[in-house]
Design a binder for this molecule. Sequence first.
Ligand code: ADP
Length: 537
Amino acid sequence: MEKLKLVIVDDKEENVLSLKALLADVDNLDIWGSTSPNEALRYCWNQDIAIALVDVQMPEINGFEFVSLLQSNPKTWQIMVIMVTAISKEDKFLLKGLHSGAIDYLYKPLNPDITVAKVKSFMQQVYIQRELKRKNEELERSHMELVKAKKEADLARKSKENFLANMSHEIRTPINGITGITTMLRNSPLNEEQSEWLDYLENASQQLLLIINDILDLSKIDSGKMRLDFAKTSLAGVIKELTKLFTYKAEQKGITFHAVNDDKLPKHILADSLRLTQILSNLISNGIKFTEEGSVTLETKLLKRSKQRVHIQFSVKDTGIGINSNAIDKIFHSFEQGEEGITKRFGGTGLGLAIVKRLVNLHQGQIHAYSELGMGSEFVFQCWFDEEASEAAPKSDKKQYTDLPMLDGIRILLAEDNELNSFMVTHMLNTWGITVDTVKNGKEALDKVENISYSLILMDAHMPVMSGFDAIRAIRNDQREHIRNVPIISISASVLQREQQAAYAAGADAVVGKPFDPVSLYQIIKTLTQAKDKTNS
Ligand code: ADP
C-alpha cells in the first residue's frame, strides 16, 4: 500500500507531539508537524500531502485562513483538511470551517479512538480518490490514443486513395500508349500472323489493366461502391473469349486448357459480363499458375431452370499443386496465400480470390474450393441468373477510327507529358485532318494560347511543372474571351470519380479516360468544336 503524508499544524508544540504520538501506530502514514502555519504552507506546496490536521486558533494565520490558502493553490487544493478545535461546537464555526474547505472536525480534548478512526477513514478516501484519478488519467490517455488512431486511420485512408489515384494514372498512361499504338497498327496493312500477334498484344494490355483494376476494385467493393451492371450476355461468348486467352497462356506453360459446356445452357443471360469474366479469369489464371503438368478445365453446367431463372455452375479444375486443407479457408482473405513461399515461387498479390469472393457475394452466389495437397484443386462457383430470350445477335458495326469523316479546319493544342501518348493522339488527330500543336505541361500550354487561337485543348491531368487542372483554371480565369472560352477536354488516367469531378470543377468541358476509345474522342471533339462555332456565329 502506498504511504500517505499527513501534516499537523498547531501553534502549541505539545499538541503537535501528542497528535503525532496518537497516530504513530497507523500503518502507511508518514507524519510531519509544525507550530508555524507559514512553514507548514511551504511544506504543503513542496510535498505530496494527503491529509492535514489544522488547529483553528493560531496567532500567525488562523486555521480557516490556512485552509483557504491551501484551497486556492492548484498544488494543494486536494489535501483533505480536518480542523482541530477547542473553541466551540456551534454551527457557525462548523460552517465557517467547512466553507473554507475543511472536510471534518476533531474536538479537543481529542478522543484517541475517534481521532485514529477518522484519520484511517480519510486515508481510505484518499486511496479511493487516487485510484479514481489514476483510472481517469488512463481513460484520458486511451481516449487520446483513440483520437490519435482515428486521425492516423483517416490519414492512411486518404493516402491510400491518393496512392490509388496516382498509381492508376501512372499505370494507365503507358497502357493507353500500348492500346493506342495497337489500334494504329490494326489500321495498317498486316498479314494474318501479324494480326494474331496484335490479338496477343491487345490481350496482354487488357490483362495489365485488369491487375490495376483488381486493386481499385477491392477498395471499391470494400467501401460499398461497387455496383453490378447487368446486360444481355452471351454465355458462350464469355467462355469463348476466356478460351481464346487461356488456351494460349496454358500452351505457353506446356499444359492444356479446355472448356466443357453443357448443351442445356441458355444462350443469353442477364449478367455483368465484365465481372463474370473477372471471376472466371481469376480462377482459371490461378489454375494455370499453380499447375506445372496436366490441364485446367472450365466446366459450365446448368443445374436448374425455374421460370425465367437459371442456376448455373462454373467449375475450374486443375491438376496442379493443390492446397493444404488448413489453408483452404484463408485463401479467400485479402493478401493471404495458401503457403509461405508461394509468392516467391509463383508470384501474386493474394488479392485475386479475395476479389472473387466479394464479387460472388455481390452476385448472391456461392463459391467453394475443394483441394488436396499435390492432388490438384477445384473451385466451384454457383449462381442464379435471369435467362434472356435469344435472337440473332446484331452484327457489330463498330467503326474504325480511320473510317471517320475529316474534321478539317480544326487546330488543337495537345498538352501531354508522355511522349508515346502524345505521338499516338497526334497521329489519330492528324488522321481526321486536325492540325495539332503539342506541349509537355500546363505552363507551356498557357504560353501557347497567348499567341495561337485554338479550336480546342486536350489537356492531360497530371503533368510536371504545372498540372492540367491548374492550367485549365488559369485559362478559365483569363480576361480575354477567346482564351477563356476555348473548349477543353481533360484526359485523365484515373478511374476515381473524385479525379474526374476535379477536372470538371477546374473548368473542363469533358473528361476522357485512359485508355480511351478513339471513336468516342472523335465524337466529343466534333460536338465541342461545333458547339463553339455555333456560339461564335
Ligand atoms: P495470388 O495472387 O497469390 O495467386 P489469390 O488470392 O488468387 O492470390 O490466391 C491466394 C492463394 O490461394 C494463392 O497464393 C495460393 O496459395 C492459393 N491458390 C489459389 N488458387 C490455387 C490453385 N488453383 N491451386 C493451388 N493453390 C491455389
